[in-house]
Design a protein around this ligand. Sequence first.
Ligand code: ADP
Ligand code: MG
Length: 347
Amino acid sequence: MTYLSQIKRKNGVLAIFSWIVLLLSSCSREVEHHSGEIFAMNTLISLSIWGEDTGDMIRDCETYLYSLEDKFSVTREDSELSLLNAQDDWMTLSPELEEVLAYSLRLSEATYGYFDPTLYPVVQAWGFTTSRNQVPSPEELDSLLPLVGADLVEYRQETQEARLPTGVQMDLGAIAKGYAADTLAELLREHDISSAMLSLGGNIYALGEKIDGSSWNIGIKNPYGGGSVGSVLVKDKAVVTSGGYQRYFIHEEETYWHIIDPFSGYPAKSGLASVSIVSDSAMYGDVLSTAFFVMGLEQASTYWREHQDFEAVFICEEGDVFITEGLKDSFSLISSYTSGSLQVIPS
Ligand code: ADP
Ligand code: MG
């Protein structure tokens, strides 16, 4: 054997040896689980992540959520949204606020105005952003409705500016948590985390699959009591729910909830108790679940047939549960749910 071929052989053995060491060390790397709970964006947020070297990820997520609150809070006077609401001059927007504002205008049109990001004057009149709930007079609501409508928002995409005419005020409460869920998931993916469960008050983002490779089982809450009506199996999807049971008050035996019909100014009564959307984007699901709660089952089914880029679970006030066809194999009612039957909406 020549000297040269001896070196080549030695190098070959060395390369194989170091490759095995690398493989063994990567096999023995532990998958860590970290979780955290914070109160931000006016809701309890819980985060659960699995991965290698997750380090300070939970803390990074929390810092990020607080930074979004600085932009989207409608109640904090110093938030970016409050600054926009307080003036009638053109204002340059942060990329985050611009993205949500532009999307909310587009989707308001797509949902025939049932989702409306300019409901803040009406929401305030009902006291939903404070703890002083009240029933406004019909006259007061009539005087506020002319200030409501996405077409009143002036937006210049080229310069990232927006302007709200005097009295017009935006409330992004029905979309901001969805945006937060989507961008948190993006942040985690950038850090090679491929398994996480993010829950932002009715906005669930099930990132990737469970570490054993199985699907996440997401419960759909029973709007009329504790527990759930059933659950849906998903991988890498958002499951976003809007319901009258989430925030409401009772006055003279009448229940008033926080999802408003933008055409009347009153809490929406469409016969639905809750709507859950299963989609790739939580922001899309957040908008649709609110819009559908207002428009009702029939019009929402038509929207689904026309778009087919999401699935939905509708729980009617009488208890029946309707699912879109794509959930036929992944949704199941729990056996103890006897308040209504399960029906599939065909495409
Ligand atoms: P939650 O924020 O409780 O998860 P939603 O996503 O349905 O529920 O958002 C409801 C909030 O959005 C209300 O508290 C109010 O601030 C605002 N809102 C109410 N009705 C509408 C509507 N039709 N379109 C857009 N935003 C709405
Ligand atoms: Mg919503």
